[in-house]
Design a protein around this ligand. Structure first.
Ligand SMILES: [Zn+2]
Ligand SMILES: [Zn+2]
Length: 237
């Protein structure tokens, strides 16, 4: 199997352990042609990228692309899906620095309203239907209202109606991630949606450089769910 791209890697700019260059070097050592640096969106209360660092990251990546011509290095961000309206933490002052935007739900995102705060609580403690509906609408509206390349780990930290999400992902040309660290999408979810014709992306979600391109867990999930590898865009078998 050849890994064409790993779009989901973290660095010291959020809560990863390695530098951008260290992630790039591991990617090259594994023969990966394209690597995305995708630290957490700035509204994550503990891990978010500092707004003042974004330009610095862009410049660092531009320099590394010159230094390492055999690999394509991209700057992305793993934005937070903040609420039911699908707001994410990107804005017009910073969007031009990025090559792509991903979005996912995380507990640590700063609430935009009392309701979004309550939803964190519902997901963390109660895990009820109300939260499942809220999470689903949040992801659907995020895809409809923003240009999102990949929805990361759908269903992780907050359950979702995955068929509804898959339908809108297809309509909006949004990829769904099979995350190799968190285990979402999982086997059960994939079995429910694999016939809908979505495009999937495997993401390592590496938080240490050595895990860049580690797709083992995702490949196991794909095998168990019997998903046709033709629907997985960033590998070639
Ligand atoms: Zn995440
Ligand atoms: Zn991540």
């Amino acid at each position: 199997m050849q890994i064409l791209a790993d779009y989901h890697t973290h660095t010291i700019y959020s809560h990863g352990k390695g530098t951008i260059e260290e992630n790039v070097k591991v990617a090259m050592s594994k023969g990966i042609k394209k690597i995305g640096i995708s630290d957490h969106g700035y509204r994550h209360m503990t891990y978010g990228v500092k707004l003042k660092d974004i330009q610095k990251m862009r410049e660092e990546i531009d320099k590394l692309n010159q230094k390492y011509p055999n690999i394509d290095i991209l700057l992305g961000m793993e934005c937070n899906i903040l609420d039911k309206n699908g707001n994410i933490d990107i804005n017009e002052n910073i969007i031009h620095f990025f090559d792509y935007v991903m979005a996912g739900y995380h507990f640590g995102s700063a609430p935009t309203s009392l309701k979004s705060m309550m939803n964190h609580f519902n997901n963390y403690i109660i895990k009820n239907e109300k939260a499942k509906e809220y999470n689903t609408q949040g992801i659907i509206n995020a895809m409809r209202n923003n240009d999102i390349f990949i929805i990361t780990h759908p269903g992780d930290k907050g359950d979702v109606y995955i068929e509804e999400i898959a339908k809108v992902a297809k309509e909006t040309n949004t990829r769904l991630e099979i995350n190799s660290s968190h285990g979402y999408l999982n086997v059960e979810q994939l079995k429910k949606i694999k016939h809908l014709g979505n495009t999937f992306i495997i993401g390592s979600d590496a938080h240490i450089p050595n895990n860049v391109g580690n797709f083992d867990k995702a490949m196991k999930t794909i095998k168990e769910a019997k998903l046709d590898l033709l629907f997985v865009e960033n590998i070639r078998v």
